[in-house]
Design a protein around this ligand. Structure first.
Ligand SMILES: [Zn+2]
Length: 318
């Protein structure tokens, strides 16, 4: 029971009324298509208008060079728990670690449509596919990657007793993963991935100490080197609250083939079924604006200007 309470406080992804036992999953009849009807408090999973994840059309995103996401306290040594929680593999920072000792992300937009803020890291978790053609939740130009990690952070203006319904209550940093020989995730998965091996089904868990900078290489401000896409969205699991400022990194992180195979071998419970393809299908973008500090948008503008110039030049000589 204590673990359920801790998850409700720090996990932020499963704000389930006390006494409610209905679970969600990724396969019918409790799969994403039915989440909105499994619980009256999850209706927004079906009728929301800024749901996540989304497909990010990079060239039609709005270039906004003022955007920055700075990471502070990345070198703090964190105590936490790696767990299989039936829906994902998650690393949750212990409640005993105070905010001042945790990494925090400073989101700067300098835009009237978005609010700047500081967000403290609570946990991070993974989504993956059973085959290489799928697994990430967010997509770039209709393309998925094998997996995605979500760093879930809470706005310092809000506390854990609030319901998670304000538009900027959370920030989730999403980073798509690719398979490389040298993984970025050895600090959390352990030597020879032994920690991952110990949590093959819910409620397995193992204590792990790590530094965020050992995984996401930003010991200090990293605004000069990191490019992002940002937009308003929701949690990608019930209750699908539209309370998330999303930042999706342009660059990918590395996971090893062995680690990906071990994620694919996870079970929901010791009796099964297999926990894999734990990603929600992409949702409608609707009227949302996507801002980016990458130069993809400017490159597109330059290409369009060049095309127009060449067209005018051609007309002059006709
Ligand atoms: Zn997630």
């Amino acid at each position: 029971m204590s673990r359920i309470i801790i998850l409700a406080i720090i996990g932020c992804l499963s704000i389930i009324p006390i006494g409610w036992t209905q679970q969600f999953g990724y396969v019918s009849p409790i799969g994403p298509a039915n989440w909105s009807t499994l619980n009256p408090d999850w209706a927004i999973c079906g009728n929301g208008n800024r749901q996540s994840p989304i497909n990010i059309p990079t060239e039609s995103s709005s270039y906004w060079p003022q955007l920055s996401l700075e990471i502070f306290n990345g070198d703090s040594l964190l105590s936490g728990t790696l767990m299989n929680n039936e829906h994902s593999v998650e690393y949750a920072i212990d409640n005993t670690v105070t905010d001042i000792n945790r990494p925090y992300l400073r989101a700067t937009y300098e835009s009237a449509s978005f609010q700047d803020g500081d967000y403290v890291l609570q946990q991070f978790h993974f989504h993956w596919g059973s085959v290489d053609s799928r697994g990430s939740e967010n997509q770039f130009n209709g393309m998925s990657s094998v997996a995605e990690v979500h760093f879930v952070c809470r706005n310092t203006l809000f506390n854990s007793s609030q319901a998670g319904n304000e538009a900027n209550e959370f920030l989730v940093l999403g980073v798509l993963l690719r398979v490389c020989e040298n993984s970025d995730f050895y600090p959390v998965f352990g030597p020879n991935n032994s920690f991952l091996d110990q949590i093959m089904s819910d409620p397995d868990e193992v204590p792990v100490s790590l530094r965020l900078s050992g995984i996401y290489n930003c010991g200090g401000p990293c605004t000069d080197t990191n490019s992002y896409y940002t937009f308003q969205g929701s949690f990608t699991t019930p209750p699908c609250s539209e309370a998330v400022a999303w930042w999706v990194a342009e660059d990918m992180l590395c996971i090893s083939q062995a680690q990906l195979d071990m994620l694919r071998s996870q079970n929901v419970t010791s009796a099964g079924p297999r926990l894999t393809d734990n990603y929600r299908p992409i949702q409608e973008l609707n009227q949302r604006t996507i801002l980016t500090n990458t130069n993809a948008a400017t490159t597109t503008l330059m290409n369009m200007s060049l095309s127009l110039f060449l067209l005018l030049l051609a007309l002059l000589f006709v």
